[in-house]
Design a binder for this molecule. Structure first.
Ligand code: HAM
Length: 433
């Protein structure tokens, strides 16, 4: 009986695993150079964790189960609720600002499509305990820092920045009640993702008044900063929220990534907990789903029973990113699955014991070393095996060894060979190979 992999999951054979590690190593390196510390939590939590404030969309996509003790649990679809729970647990002893990152494996029962799977990896960076939009700018900067490092420039991707606060104030201004906001945000977030008529139907359910719905759509279209300036009154709550957006853009300009960033009022975000600056990164062509998304969530810690502590962060999945990197030929074929520094080959069976001894010596000194399991196969076959294993150098034990304890070192890149004494070779390894 052949059992296929589960829909929406991936098998990571060594070549795919090498790509996954390459991406994750980059995320971790960039997190560290931006001053974030790594954390992780459990892969499942109580189901109610995600029912508190993540929003209906995520709840509908949960993989949940009841354990043997009758507890309702869910596999994590995101790590932000776990982060809020963990920080709340130690809120009095953690030095602020808390700058943490994580790369959790997440599961969402989404309809699998290009860039969206049921199991994926997501880079998270979050700053907790900072009210200033400087923290929002830092999160966006670190995001761009990674994208820039892997070769994605401002002509490949755009960071679209907006504000839930600004939209919230605007909606209240046209008479939308506070209790309706979460429902409207969820619909507005789907604007670019649904066919126009389906979107309009959904919006009508939330905002039956045609005039009000029209005003909302107009608001989401004006993305020119001078135009917005003209529309926003001085000394209003809208002005306060708008100034935050302008400040974030100004900080990002100062940090040298202004070219990547634009104001885009159509960014709303699907999750319910956002309260301020929100952003998403999209490919310029706009064919793919968001590469990443995040924003400020100042009430989440309080919603989980902690004190009122402000927070901001983002999540970037590996799927869309990988598609884009492949499209732009930025992954290359050079990500190797194995790195062998020395392949120890032998010209004749009689040298077998020396091969195993030398391989052992090399590994003891921290070098990666390999040898053939088929000593009878002959030298040329072993050299082929060395190439197939991507070995940098081949150490050949042959006639020279019998005559004067000498080894032939062959550089597999240039094919150059040199003869060195066995002991000199070991000494050279001590000096770093
Ligand atoms: P999110 O928008 O739900 O936000 O997800 C962020 C990113 O995760 C997406 O832009 C996408 O790259 C990736 N992603 C989401 N769902 C899938 C999927 N089914 N398959 C592949 N990739 C996916 C959050 O999760 C927030 N918790 C992020 C955050 C952290 N906000 C503040 N801190």
């Amino acid at each position: 009986m052949k059992i296929p992999p589960v829909k929406g999951t991936r098998d990571f054979y060594p070549p795919q695993m090498a790509v996954r590690n390459w991406i994750i190593d980059g995320w971790k390196r960039v997190s560290r150079r931006n001053g974030f510390e790594e954390y992780d939590g459990p892969i499942f939590e109580y189901l109610k964790m995600y029912q508190v404030k993540s929003g209906d969309e995520i709840v509908e996509q949960l993989f949940n189960m009841t354990d043997r003790g009758g507890r309702d649990l869910a596999i994590r679809p995101e790590i932000t609720p776990t982060l809020a729970r963990m920080v709340n647990q130690q809120i009095n002893s953690l030095a602020r600002p808390i700058k943490w990152f994580s790369v959790p494996r997440l599961c969402r029962a989404e309809r699998p499509q290009k860039g969206r799977l049921r199991e994926f990896f997501q880079w998270n960076i979050d700053i907790i305990g900072v009210d200033s939009v400087l923290a929002d700018a830092e999160v966006i900067f670190a995001t761009v820092d990674f994208l820039r490092e892997v070769g994605l420039g401002p002509s490949d991707v755009k960071v679209k920045i907006s504000s839930r606060k600004l939209l919230g104030v605007f909606l209240s201004g046209i008479g939308v009640g506070q209790e309706k906001l979460d429902g409207i945000y969820a619909v507005l977030d789907k604007k670019g993702k649904l066919p126009a008529d389906t979107f309009e139907e959904l919006l009508k359910e939330q905002v039956p008044d045609k005039d009000a719905a029209g005003k909302i759509l107009d608001f989401m279209r004006v993305d020119s900063i001078p135009e917005v300036e003209k529309l926003i009154e001085a000394d209003s709550n809208e002005r306060i929220a708008w100034n935050e957006v302008k400040n974030v853009l100004a900080y990002l300009e100062m940090m040298g990534v202004g070219e990547y960033c634009v104001y885009d009022p159509s960014i709303v975000r699907g999750l319910a907990y956002y309260t301020g600056i929100v952003f998403e990164v999209h490919d310029i062509v706009g064919e793919l789903r968001a590469i990443c998304g995040g924003g400020r969530y100042d009430n989440l810690l309080k919603d989980f029973g902690g004190p009122m502590v402000s927070a901001t962060g983002m999540g970037m999945g590996d799927c869309v990113l990988e598609i884009l990197l492949r499209e732009k030929s930025l992954l290359g074929d050079s990500i190797s699955t194995r790195e062998i520094e020395y392949f120890v080959a032998f010209a004749d069976n009689v040298f077998g014991s020396h091969v195993y001894r030398l391989a052992g010596e090399l590994r003891r000194r921290g070098f990666s070393a390999s040898f053939s399991y088929k000593p009878e196969s002959g030298l040329s076959k072993q050299l082929k095996e060395a190439s197939a294993q991507n070995a940098k150098k081949c150490v050949i034990i042959g006639q020279e060894f019998l005559e004067g304890r000498k080894l032939v070192i062959k550089d597999m890149g240039t094919s150059e060979q040199e003869v060195v004494g066995y002991d000199d070779f070991l000494v050279s390894l001590e000096r770093g190979g």
